[in-house]
Every structure is written in structure tokens, then in C-alpha cells.
Write a protein that binds this ligand. Structure first.
Ligand code: ADP
Ligand code: MG
Length: 276
């Protein structure tokens, strides 16, 4: 556990000292399974102890906490149906929480609509239907900028610099593109709002390993421009390799939380979620 940043100086993480208030603490389970109080002191975006489900249906999330800090990449992994997408939707305001909070840069945004969250700086690429297939690549990017009233050309150039193939195909219908290129359109579209934080739900779904590596490289590049990234990934091992922080979710709960390195080294996580 010596590599656990929360272990060595727990005194500093005691929110009762540094930031009074009952709801600032989260209680994920650290690698090894021991439940400890772990605050997320530097979180830029945090879904804190989120409990909720769809409509009047049963709870899908059970006191689930996920967060991303400034300058970091946080990754959520876990089996199919664990509630990873549900957690992302909850963070984005597409789900009413029965308990818990969502905070962005310290502000409680739990009650805001998705549109208002976009205006606050959240960019979200959902797992499904994340582009308009009958529109051109460029029209998709323009749609992404829908909340902006200023000149979007510079941002569009930045997206084209990040994904040069999209510049080439700017006038093609997005539906004609390959899987990896469509995901680039989806990420590019989210970047058009100039988000302060980017949420990606399975950005590498259905692409080849080579394309996956390329997409991860581009995601790292985006994060280096100062945009914190919270993403769900089914390629758990590769994603944890680039993750500053990782969350393993099981049945709507935090099962393991740690740095990407810690989770990759944890024998239980390896056996249960990384194929040994
Ligand atoms: N729109 C929905 N309405 C009702 N239940 C849903 C909906 N979307 C997902 N679920 C249920 O929520 C649970 C978690 O799903 P999901 O968040 O998509 O998991 P994951 O992304 O980890 O694969 C599943 O049991 C799924 O059937
Ligand atoms: Mg999902």
C-alpha cells in the first residue's frame, strides 16, 4: 500500500479539519478491499455517493463515487451492466439522483439540466448515438458548438489538427466513416463547446487495437491541453495504463479505487477484471 497517496498523509485528507461540512467525504473501497474514508480533495468533477436509477425503477447506482481531478485522466472499468454508463449519465444530469451530489469545480450542480451543465463546461460523449450520421463531419462539429455565440473557426481548426482525417473528410456524411473515425467526430463534437472537463463513455468501442492506441494517444493529448478526462473503458488494462485514477465498478458500487498503477498491480483486480 506504500504507493497509495491517501495512505501516507491521511491527516491532510481529513475534511473535518480542512473543509467543515457533512457531505464532503466519500467512502470508496481501496485496493485490497479494505473500506476506508477517502476524500477526493482535488476533484474538479465529482459524483459523490450517487444513488439512483431510471424513472421509478430500482436503484442502479448505490452510493457510487467517481471523480476526476484537474490535469488528470480518470477511468471507470467494470463488467457489462455494472452501471458505468448510468454513472456517466448521472454526472451529466440525465438521471435523477435519489441520494448524493454532483459537483463541478466546487459548485453543487446536482439539480442542473444537461444543457445547463454543458454551459458550465461539461462535455459528454455518450456510449451510443454520439454523432449525427446523415450530417457531414463539419456539420457535426458545428452542432457541437450549439451553445456558443462566438466565432468557432479556431476551435474547429484545433479539432482538425487533433484529428487530421476529419479535415480530409469534412464534407462527407459522418455515417460513411469508419468506427474509429466516427469516435473522433464524437470527441471532436464535444470539444467544440470548449469544455472544462470531458466525459467519454467507451470511446474505443468496436475499434481495432491499433485504432484504440491512436485514440488513447489523442485522448492523452487532449488531457495535456489541460482538460481533465473521465472515461469509461472496456479495454480495462490499456485504459488503466494511462489512468491517473481508476475506479472498478461492480453492481452499481465502487469495488476498487486507486491509481491506474495500483489497480493494475492488485492481484484481486487482475484476477477478476483484467484476465489474470
Ligand atoms: N435507459 C434505461 N432504463 C432502464 N434501465 C437501464 C437503462 N439503461 C441501463 N439500464 C440498466 O442499468 C444497469 C446498468 O447499465 P449500464 O449503466 O448501461 O451498465 P454498463 O455501462 O456498466 O454496461 C443494467 O441493469 C441496465 O439494464
Ligand atoms: Mg455502458
Amino acid at each position: 500500500m506504500s504507493g497509495n497517496p491517501y495512505q501516507d498523509d491521511r491527516g491532510n485528507k481529513d475534511r473535518t479539519i480542512t473543509r467543515p461540512g457533512p457531505e464532503r467525504e466519500s467512502y470508496p473501497v481501496e485496493p485490497g478491499g479494505e473500506a476506508v474514508k477517502v476524500a477526493e480533495p482535488g476533484a474538479f468533477l465529482i459524483g459523490e455517493e450517487m444513488t439512483g436509477g431510471y424513472g421509478k425503477g430500482p436503484d442502479i447506482l448505490h452510493a457510487c463515487t467517481v471523480a476526476v481531478e484537474r490535469g488528470e485522466i480518470a477511468v471507470i472499468v467494470g463488467p457489462n451492466g455494472a452501471g458505468k454508463s448510468t454513472a456517466m449519465k448521472a454526472l451529466f444530469g440525465m438521471l435523477d439522483l435519489r441520494q448524493g451530489h454532483v459537483r463541478l469545480d466546487g459548485e453543487d450542480i446536482t439539480a442542473l439540466s444537461p444543457q445547463d451543465r454543458v454551459a458550465k463546461g461539461m462535455g459528454f460523449v455518450p456510449q451510443n448515438n454520439n454523432i449525427f450520421t446523415s450530417m457531414t463531419v463539419e456539420e457535426n462539429l458545428e452542432m457541437g458548438a450549439f451553445i456558443r455565440r462566438d466565432d468557432i473557426t479556431e476551435t474547429m481548426e484545433q479539432v482538425y489538427d487533433l484529428f487530421p482525417v476529419l479535415r480530409e473528410k469534412r464534407n462527407q456524411a459522418a455515417g460513411e466513416l469508419s468506427g474509429g473515425q466516427r469516435q473522433q467526430v464524437a470527441v471532436g463534437r464535444a470539444l467544440m463547446t470548449k469544455p472544462k472537463v470531458l466525459m467519454l463513455d467507451e470511446p474505443t468501442a468496436g475499434v481495432s487495437p491499433i485504432v484504440m492506441d491512436e485514440l488513447f494517444d489523442r485522448i492523452i493529448e487532449v488531457s495535456r491541453t489541460g482538460i481533465p478526462i473521465l472515461m469509461v473503458e472496456q479495454n480495462a488494462r490499456q485504459a488503466l495504463e494511462i489512468a491517473d485514477k481508476g475506479y472498478v465498478m461492480v453492481q452499481g458500487r465502487n469495488a476498487y479505487t486507486g491509481t491506474g498503477k495500483e489497480l493494475l498491480a492488485d492481484p484481486d483486480v487482475r484476477r477478476s477484471f483484467l484476465g489474470g
